[in-house]
Design a protein around this ligand. Structure first.
Ligand code: NDP
Length: 493
């Protein structure tokens, strides 16, 4: 509880900083993990033909959580064969029947929401507050939303028939493991496709737990198959000749490699890749609200967010005020045990990611930007990074150009609307942007001229299954969510 004290000037008031005292409030629900997980192929958990497993580690304390099967070429092939066999029956089901399965999956996920939230937090490091209030409910919402579409597919493209493509290969990253899985499965299944999906190596557990739900929902065997492993397994999933379409979410670098791998084939593709979003604050913005939006934009999920507002562009007349309020705000962010309900910033997902963030932050200092980190004790075990701001950043600095994918905000300033647009668009990425201003006309102009798939106005990081999400330029192509997301899994006849 905050203590109500007299400050130096003698006035009674709330004193922030280290005088906020919270008792630990650890989440204690059992995540119900198995010591070892097989591959989920043709409706059952099976041993990998490679005979190999790897460890999934809790990044908050570096303890092993479970052993995960490593899929090789024969396993990926078996998954595609199962999906191809299942396709005929699944695609022939009336949409309302497919919808029933999706509803069941959504309801079963809701029933086990707490258990899934704990598993997601232990596997990935994100604060339990986020997995409990965002990841799991949003994943269920995506299944509900697409369940609703399954019997209304004639409205996806009026006047045309939307038919499924066949077997779809999907690869997802580690930052929103369950949510990315729901984004991928929902539209593919509603449309009548079957799936072979690979989760990220460091965060496979909630996919494998969802496989239990698919079994409980009595989803026909082979409609969904999960093959686990690292990048090599991903390349096998993307390159398999039976895939009618591949859908990838991950880094721009790997996205390009996949496109090179598939160049010359007739494979349909969607690519959801990296970003370096500008969050733009004008002098007429509601400053306190904007500060909350900036904090949410960059520190949500430790900044492991493709659409993170990692470049703050602030109007010069209010720059000093905004930076000072931001510094005060991040002084009270709590970094630590992700399972504690008071935690704002949990663990960085892996040692490799922590090293990458550390390297890029060092480059910011070397190149002349000014670093601010609040005093912030970090746990001794596990991978943690304090919330970090950089001022005096120029557009040529690496921290202004490269995706850091961590809790690091680069702050630049601007004087005119044109300069803000120019700077915001000065990036190879085009995934998202934010605008904070009181003027509706300025919001309209900015949202037209900003080269980003999503532009938030006076808010940030807001998602809804009915709202298509995706990028352009090097942030990829294709959409997830909404009618547009369904169209990416359909052949129009
Ligand atoms: P990576 O590109 O490194 O990995 C993404 C997935 O691809 C993982 O499952 C990975 O496996 C797999 N993979 C790695 N190499 C290959 C390959 N050659 N062929 C096929 N698959 C491969 O990204 P991260 O996991 O590090 O995720 C972070 C990135 O994802 C960021 O750039 C972020 O912006 C982006 N992202 C984009 C989103 C969007 O909607 N646009 C949403 C979320 C994240 P493994 O993990 O086992 O190595």
């Amino acid at each position: 509880m905050p203590r109500n004290r007299r400050n130096r000037a003698g006035r009674a008031g709330l004193i922030f900083g280290d005088l906020w005292e919270f008792d630990p409030a650890p989440e204690t629900a059992d995540p119900k993990l198995k010591p070892r997980y097989g591959l989920f192929i043709n409706g059952s958990f099976v041993r990998p033909r490679t005979g190999r497993h790897f460890d999934s580690v809790n990044p908050a304390n570096e303890r092993k959580l479970a052993e995960i099967a490593l899929a090789g070429p024969a396993d990926v092939d078996a998954a595609y064969q199962a999906a191809s066999r299942a396709f005929r029956g699944w695609s022939a089901l009336p949409g309302r029947e497919r919808g029933k399965y999706l509803f069941r999956i959504a309801r079963l996920l809701q029933d086990r929401a707490r258990e899934f939230a704990v598993a997601e937090t232990m596997d990935g490091g994100k604060p339990i507050r986020e997995s409990r209030d965002f990841d799991v409910p949003m994943a269920a919402a995506h299944f509900f939303y697409h369940a609703g579409w399954a019997d209304k597919l004639e409205y996806v493209a009026p006047g045309r028939r939307a038919a499924p493509l066949g077997v779809v290969g999907q690869v997802i990253p580690w930052n929103f493991p369950l949510l990315m899985l729901a984004w991928k499965l929902g539209p593919a299944l509603a449309m009548g496709n079957c799936v072979v999906l690979k989760p990220a190596e460091t965060t496979s557990i909630t996919a494998l737990k969802l496989a239990e739900i698919l079994q409980d929902a009595e989803l026909p065997p082979g409609v969904v198959n999960f093959v686990t492993g690292a990048g090599e397994t991903g390349a096998l999933v993307m390159g398999h000749p039976s895939a009618a379409k591949v859908a990838f979410t991950g880094s721009t670098e790997v996205g390009k490699a996949i496109m090179r791998q598939l160049a010359g084939t007739d494979r349909r593709m969607t690519m959801e890749l990296g970003g370096k979003a500008a969050n733009i604050v004008f002098d007429d913005a509601p400053i306190d609200q904007a500060v909350e939006g900036i904090v949410n934009g960059i520190f949500f999920n430790q900044g492991h967010v493709c659409c993170a507002g990692s470049r703050l562009l602030v109007h010069e007349p209010v720059a000093e005020r905004v930076v000072s309020k931001l510094k005060n705000r991040i002084r009270v962010l709590r970094v630590g045990d992700p399972l504690d309900k008071n935690t704002d910033l949990g663990a960085i997902n892996s040692r490799a990611q922590l090293d990458k963030i550390t390297r890029l932050v060092a480059s910011g200092v070397r190149e002349g930007a000014v670093k601010f980190q609040p005093p912030c004790p970090l746990p001794e075990k596990g991978f943690y990074f304090p919330p970090t701001l950089f001022t005096k950043v120029t557009q040529s600095h690496r921290i202004a150009r490269e995706e850091i994918f961590g809790p690091v905000l680069s702050i630049l300033t601007f004087r005119t609307v044109d300069e803000a647009i120019e700077k915001a668009n000065n990036t190879p990425y085009g995934l998202s942007a934010g605008v904070w201003t009181d003027k509706g006309s300025r919001i309209l102009r900015m949202s037209t001229e900003l080269k980003a798939g999503v532009v938030w106005a006076n808010t940030f990081n807001k998602f809804d299954p009915s709202s298509p999400f995706g990028g352009y330029k090097e942030s990829g192509f294709g959409r997830e969510g909404g009618r547009q997301g369904l169209l990416d899994y359909a052949r129009l006849e």
